[in-house]
Write a protein that binds this ligand. Structure first.
Ligand code: IPD
Ligand code: CA
Length: 271
């Protein structure tokens, strides 16, 4: 397996993709709706996904892809044992549309369904998070570690409202905020599932959960958090399932389990 070579090729493509995001974020955009009126896509999302997939396919024609925008246009998200690139071309599309500088490209490579590498790159404020399985996690080339916080009462929690207007989902979001706000240090919302997880990886926040995410939102973040010494589990306190649409990560298992115990659970459609 030529993982070192794949890493170099992917890193180069991630940087090229980042240059597009950086250049386009403050320009007028062509915005369309996907599943509902807050689920947005722009021409740049499609351009970045095409650039990444084209760059990999031309070198490795047998590699497979699960990309947010190709899936939105009808492709089936299928995870097999083949080398599979899981791509969110712009995570935090709503932020990108508004010009809020918390937006990124998120890419993971899975082989035999095991995540081998992950990249989350915010090119607007130059935050490049990278990880390789068993080799640690890095921010702009420097090693990062989770905070190690073990007390829920001192936890800074990243949480999202999500990009769905589903009534049952919204109810769970609101109930979980009501339950957790009085129990943690604070709650923050960055508007990008991938960046939320990277905040936990770098020790800037202590936990993050979300229901209704997709594999492309959290596959890279999952590896980056684990390689930074954190834990990533299912929000009902079970093993993480990348296709389940559910994720909970934390700086320690103690905090993860306490949050899991408190959460009102929501089970979205699987990827
Ligand atoms: C969304 C963002 C958002 C999260 C949603 C994601 P997108 O991805 O990560 O923060 O709450 O669940 O779908 O649409 O910006 O790629
Ligand atoms: Ca996304």
């Amino acid at each position: 397996m030529r993982l070192n070579e794949y890493y170099d090729v992917a890193l180069d493509l991630v940087k090229q993709a980042g240059a597009i995001i950086r250049e386009k974020i403050n320009r007028p955009k062509d915005v369309s709706l996907k599943s509902c009126d807050v689920d947005l896509v722009t021409e740049s999302d499609k351009e970045v996904e095409k650039l990444f997939m084209g760059g990999i396919s031309s070198r490795y024609p047998d590699h497979r892809f699960i990309g947010e925008e190709t899936t939105a246009s009808g492709a089936k998200a299928q995870l097999t044992d083949a080398p599979t690139w899981v791509i969110d071309p712009i995570d935090g599309t709503m932020n990108f549309v508004h010009g809020l500088p918390h937006t990124c490209i998120s890419v993971a490579l899975l082989v035999d369904k095991v995540t081998e590498m992950g990249f989350v790159y915010n090119p607007v404020i130059e935050q490049l998070f990278t990880a390789r399985r068993g080799q640690g996690a890095f921010l702009n080339g420097k090693p990062i570690k989770v905070s190690g916080e073990r007390e829920l009462g001192k936890t800074l929690l990243m949480a999202e409202m999500g990009t769905s207007r589903n009534a049952e989902k919204m109810k769970a979001v609101m109930e979980n905020l009501q339950i957790l706000v009085p129990k943690v240090h604070g709650i923050r919302t960055l508007g990008s599932a991938a960046l939320n997880m990277c905040m936990v990886a770098m020790g800037g926040a202590d936990a993050n959960f979300e229901f209704g995410v997709h594999v492309w939102d959290f596959a890279a973040g999952d590896l980056i958090v684990r390689e930074a010494g954190g834990v990533v589990i299912d929000p009902a306190d079970g093993p993480l399932d990348l296709m389940s649409g559910r994720v909970l990560c934390a700086s320690s298992m103690e905090v993860a389990k306490e949050i899991a115990k408190l959460l009102v659970q929501y089970y979205p459609e699987r990827d």
